[in-house]
Design a protein around this ligand. Structure first.
Ligand code: ADE
Length: 226
């Protein structure tokens, strides 16, 4: 999968993709992540990318030309399955969206700053808008990093143990059951007996039961949504 990200703060995006599983995915050529500096498409000597709002109001708006020029250049190089705009005024990211996006070939992600982008960018180019939660970040970069992480770990072959992505929280609209490792007794706090029994069908039943109980207690909305 190829992921292109357009940003005015490319440095913010370097670290999240340079470590651990996301780095390995790139080393194994399962994901190719390229960051494009919007400033290079800025207008005039000062490489302007934002301007005041028509109609008045506080805050700068990201201009249409630099973004349109950047998107068009990238589109001339490949077809994108989705052009995504990260913004708090959109539907919230969930596992189902991450699953769907992990099956795509080419994704382009636009990150916003200031008051956001000129609405015509959204009307003309954007095919999907995603928020990562009901709060406002200083820019879309961290939100894009969250989205890319959620997608890339789902690409087949990225996580060694295929099971582990399939049994994540949310894959079946349930939170994960509790997990334990050695020691089986920490200062009198014991691991549930069933996990030491070796009876795997029973262990699976226990895990399903715990996942359901946890979800009902912490996120009843997930069960109600079904
Ligand atoms: N940009 C600023 N806040 C955001 C959010 N919550 N989700 C996506 N992009 C954003």
């Amino acid at each position: 999968m190829r992921i292109d990200i357009i940003s005015v703060a490319p440095n913010l995006l370097e670290s999240p993709f340079s470590h651990s599983i996301i780095k390995r995915a790139q080393d194994k050529s399962l994901a190719e992540i390229t960051i494009h500096d919007l400033r290079e498409f800025g207008l005039g000597n000062y490489k302007q990318i934002d301007d005041t709002q028509f109609g008045g109001g506080a805050g700068m708006v990201m201009m249409i030309e630099p973004i349109a020029n950047c998107i068009r250049k990238l589109q001339s190089e490949r077809d994108y399955d989705e052009i995504i705009y990260m913004t708090p005024d959109a539907k919230t990211l969930n596992q189902s969206t991450a699953n769907t996006l992990s099956l795509k070939e080419n994704i382009l992600i636009l990150t916003g700053h200031y008051k956001g982008v000129d609405q015509r960018i959204r009307d003309l180019f954007i095919t999907k808008e995603i928020s990562i939660g009901d709060y406002v970040l200083t820019g879309g970069e961290l939100a894009a990093a969250v989205l890319v992480d959620a997608i890339v770990r789902l690409i087949p072959g990225v996580i060694g143990d295929e099971q582990s992505a399939l049994t994540d929280s949310f894959q079946d609209n349930l939170l994960s059951p509790p997990v334990y490792t050695r020691p089986s007794d920490f200062e009198g706090n014991k691991v549930p007996e069933i996990l030491l029994s070796g009876n795997f069908p029973k262990i699976e039943d226990w895990r399903s039961d715990q996942a359901y109980k946890r979800t009902k207690e912490i996120r009843p909305d997930l069960i109600a949504d079904e």
